[in-house]
Design a protein around this ligand. Structure first.
Ligand code: ADP
Ligand code: ADP
Ligand code: ZN
Length: 214
């Protein structure tokens, strides 16, 4: 099964993608996580990506597309995958479509996690991420068992550099300009599914499962 998660920054794509990956036994592929891993290791790619991410801009398509195609070509993606944060532009979607078509395969679902802008700033200011394993939490909606400590690996939780309110506003603008048109794009392909992302995390996941199990 191949699934794309669509939605604004902070809509809950990553949270739901991790649950889908665990439930259906497919890899969770997040371009944001790949970029952040490169930033941590101080690679050339990481340095270049960081200069865009810190401003709330998109990393250019030519870089991003290559990273994604390399990742989905790996063996574990033969059984499918859930993409979180890719595509973010129409050209990125077109490259993915072409790659999938060349393998005589198809994307099964594009799930749009719908959350209005007014909820987003709140979501992002409460987001905390594990420095080590990348697990994400929310100080109110998904608190760790112990404050500022990861449930999985006991490492420290941090606020992402790009989750500051000024940067979030810019990311929302970029989302509306460049990413939101993908909703119509996948509607046109007949694979778009919508879920109400303002509901509780577990309720959203139940809604997604009923789509995937239909
Ligand atoms: P969120 O879902 O909260 O916006 P992500 O981890 O998906 O966070 O992305 C963080 C940042 O990484 C984005 O703001 C952007 O700069 C960069 N990024 C991630 N995926 C892509 C992509 N597909 N195209 C361009 N930039 C990307
Ligand atoms: P995205 O990957 O779309 O940027 P995340 O999955 O990282 O979004 O979620 C953003 C923040 O909101 C995180 O702190 C997460 O714990 C929290 N969150 C996710 N889904 C919900 C929800 N349905 N209700 C409340 N908070 C949520
Ligand atoms: Zn951790």
């Amino acid at each position: 099964m191949k699934i794309i998660m669509l939605g604004a920054p902070g809509a809950g794509k990553g949270t739901q993608a991790k649950k889908i990956a665990a439930e259906y036994g497919i890899p969770h592929v997040s371009t944001g996580d790949i970029f952040r891993a490169n930033i941590k290791e101080n690679t050339e790619l990481g340095k270049e990506a960081k200069s865009y991410m810190d401003k709330g801009q998109l990393v250019p398509d030519e870089l991003t597309v290559k990273i994604l195609l390399d990742r989905v070509a790996k063996d574990d993606c033969k059984k499918g995958y859930v993409l979180d944060g890719y595509p973010r532009t129409i050209p990125q979607a077109e490259v993915l479509d072409k790659a999938v078509k060349e393998l005589n395969e198809k994307i099964d679902y594009a799930i749009n996690v719908d959350v209005p802008d007014e909820n987003i700033i709140n979501r992002m200011s409460g987001r905390r991420a594990c420095v080590k394993c990348g697990a994400t939490y929310h100080i109110t909606f998904m608190p760790p068992k112990k404050e500022n400590v990861c449930d999985n690996c006991q490492s420290q939780l941090i606020i992402r550099d790009d989750d500051k309110p000024e940067t979030v506003k810019n990311r929302l603008k970029v989302y509306h300009d460049q990413t939101q048109p993908l909703i119509e794009y996948y509607k046109g392909q007949g694979i778009l599914k919508e879920v109400d992302g303002t509901k509780d995390i577990d309720v959203v996941f139940e809604d997604i499962k009923s789509i995937l199990n239909a």
